[in-house]
Design a protein around this ligand. Structure first.
Ligand SMILES: [Zn+2]
Length: 213
């Protein structure tokens, strides 16, 4: 695995170490985002034969979600999605690129809670953002592409239901050869949220099942 990012990379590699977790033991590589100042981490699992992730590896590009992952919020499915992604790479090998600064699809924690407040009045997840004068999705995947490049991964199978993520990674030079669905964490509190993502934001979700991204 190389430790020298491309000259134009948006991320600088900082450190790699092994971390045991409740999902398994992973290598973690930390990066500093030279544009936003955020810290990102690549969580890396060898495949069952012990080989590191290579071409066409399973990859999850996961956006930080404090409310869903740390507090167990049922407004979204980010916590169960992250759990499922970590279990998947533990079993099959692969990488989870965890992107910080992506809270609330990039609008930040305070604005995300403002949007939740508007949803109490009946707005859906998309209209709440628009009512606040914020984009439906403010995330950028340039840093994720640079992390993947640093890992030597130019072609990946993406654990996602979000075609926009595939398109953006492609724009940043990462070929997504397959979208591998990640459908978890669907419940009464986020069904409407998932319906909006399917019906209004182009996510590939079946019926009332769904997944973030
Ligand atoms: Zn979330």
């Amino acid at each position: 695995m190389t430790t020298t990012p491309a000259a134009s990379s948006q991320v600088s590699f900082e450190v790699e170490t092994t971390v045991p977790t409740s999902h398994g033991t992973f290598r973690m590589r930390a990066y500093r985002d030279t544009v936003t100042g955020a810290d990102h981490v690549a969580i890396i699992a060898s495949d069952p034969t012990g080989l590191p992730p290579a071409d066409d590896a399973l990859v999850r590009v996961h956006s930080e979600c404090l409310t869903g992952e740390a507090f167990g919020s049922l407004k979204c499915e980010c916590g169960p999605q992250l759990d499922a992604a970590l279990d998947t790479i533990r079993d099959h090998g692969g990488v989870v690129v965890y992107l910080r600064g992506h809270e609330g699809r990039g609008i930040g924690l305070v604005n995300k809670l403002r949007a939740y407040r508007l949803q109490e009045d009946g707005l859906d997840t998309l209209d709440a953002n628009l009512a606040l004068g914020l984009p439906a999705d403010a995330r950028d995947y340039g840093a994720a592409a640079d992390v993947l490049r640093d890992l030597g991964l130019a072609r990946v199978r993406l654990l996602s239901n979000n075609p926009e993520k595939r398109r953006q990674l492609g724009q940043h030079g990462i070929e997504v050869t397959e979208l591998v669905p990640l459908v978890v964490g669907v419940g009464a509190f986020n069904e409407g949220y998932l319906d909006t993502k399917r019906d209004r934001m182009g996510h590939e979700l079946p019926g009332h099942l769904g997944s973030d991204d």
